[in-house]
Design a binder for this molecule. Structure first.
Ligand code: ZN
Length: 301
């Protein structure tokens, strides 16, 4: 692929996936201690979770490649060793972008098999017309699974579940059973309208199903890490699920009544939620178009 195209793709990709578009410089990491040896690392790109303890270091997501050094330094403050396992919640480069650098210090990448399939071939994020070239072999997951996989690590039981056709077709949710912490990947954006990558097999109904699954695994004390946004809890996830259900209903009703995409946007079906959810990198009109597209695709199936 010509370099110019790749660069355009990368730029649009960064625009689409970074809550704040910044240059290639890394953004400092904020480390928040949760429970049971699990920390939340926030920087640029998706939220990172780190489990550190006697068995070593397990990391969920690794942001952009440009974030590698600051993530590495943040992990070094928590543990004397580098990461043994990296779990990718999905293939997007704001979550799996540091894979190649992580494997240079012997980390093993683990993900749903569709993550490996998409990372190993050229991709297009259809909604943003962003071309993403295939990753080198060293950046690919070497352990893949279909439905779930369990880690017995640092005194916890860490269950990794696949949630079908939600944000993409390769999403995983990670449940630290003893710590009572869940990393939801991009099935959950907190106080930000979520992106649904329909071109990568994502769907609104799958996103709602994923939220319901996580709610069923949660109690009032569960700390829920969204793919993007601040640390949340069951109440926050419930508000997100209810927002998705209400927006789905409103837009589906407009489509059934014969409204075009333009008419659906003009009807402002997200108005009641825009103040709380519309201030992120997906503005209300863009989110309405994404939902419209998802519902239309489901109807055509
Ligand atoms: Zn994503």
């Amino acid at each position: 692929m010509p370099e110019r195209l790749i660069r355009i793709g990368t730029l649009i990709f960064a625009l689409a996936f970074s809550p704040i578009l910044v240059a290639e410089e890394a953004v400092p990491i904020e480390t928040i201690e949760l429970t049971g040896g699990v920390h939340l690392l926030m920087g640029r790109g998706g939220n990172v979770a780190v489990s550190s303890g006697t068995d070593g270091v397990l990391v969920i997501d690794d942001q952009y490649a440009s974030q590698y050094d600051v993530i590495h330094d943040a992990i070094a403050k928590l543990a004397p060793t580098s990461a043994k396992f990296i779990i990718n919640t999905h293939w997007h480069s704001d979550h799996a972008g540091s894979n190649e650098k992580m494997t240079q210090s012997a980390a093993i990448i683990v993900a749903h098999e569709n993550v490996r399939r998409r990372l190993s071939t050229d991709q297009v994020i259809e909604f943003f017309k962003a071309e993403v070239p295939a990753s080198p072999n060293s950046a690919l997951p070497v352990i893949t699974f279909n439905d779930d996989i369990t880690f017995h690590f640092n005194g916890d039981t860490i269950r990794v579940f696949h949630t079908a056709n939600a944000h993409t077709d390769g999403d995983s949710v990670v449940h630290f059973e003893n710590a009572n912490v869940i990393h939801a990947g991009d099935t959950f954006f907190y106080h930000l309208y979520p992106f649904i990558d329909s071109g990568s097999g994502g769907s609104l109904t799958g996103l709602i199903a994923a939220a319901n699954l996580i709610l069923a695994m949660s109690n009032d004390e569960t700390k829920i890490i969204p793919g993007h946004g601040a640390l949340a809890d069951k109440k926050g996830l419930l508000a997100y699920r209810d927002m998705l259900v209400a927006v789905h209903r409103a837009i589906a009703d407009l489509i059934v009544a014969g409204s075009s995409a333009e008419q659906v946007v003009l009807a402002k079906p997200t108005a009641a939620f825009d103040e709380k959810w519309g201030g992120g990198f997906l503005k209300p009109d863009t989110f309405v178009n994404i939902v419209y597209d998802s519902i239309k695709r489901a109807m055509l199936k």
